[in-house]
Design a binder for this molecule. Structure first.
Ligand SMILES: [Zn+2]
Length: 100
């Protein structure tokens, strides 16, 4: 998904208004789905290791987890959604990249 967005962004200069609007919509959705922000004050916890530490599970099986925002002291809930992807190939390069 991200690499598709990056490819589309690179072509941004020649994209139609409709294409650009669609790209912006996809980018917004991607960012929303891949970030954890307090719904009350917007504080961004996405890269807060302490916040994420006991949130990450194997299957997201813990259900919605209640959190108190360190910024505004209000409570909110976080549901982890696990979506793993895999890459399969016959070999591996010196850089550790898998290839067909
Ligand atoms: Zn907050």
């Amino acid at each position: 998904m991200l690499s598709l967005l990056q490819q589309m962004a690179r072509r941004g200069g020649i994209m139609s208004d409709e294409g650009l609007a669609r790209y912006e919509q996809m980018k917004k959705r991607y960012e929303e789905e891949h970030s954890i922000k307090c719904p009350h004050c917007g504080y961004d916890y996405t890269e807060d290791i302490d916040f994420l530490q006991d949130l990450i599970t194997y299957h997201g099986e813990d259900g919605p987890v209640k959190r108190e925002c360190g910024e505004c002291s209000k409570e909110f809930y976080v549901q982890e959604i696990v979506d793993r992807t895999y890459e399969v190939g016959k070999g591996i390069s010196v850089e550790g990249e898998i290839h067909e």
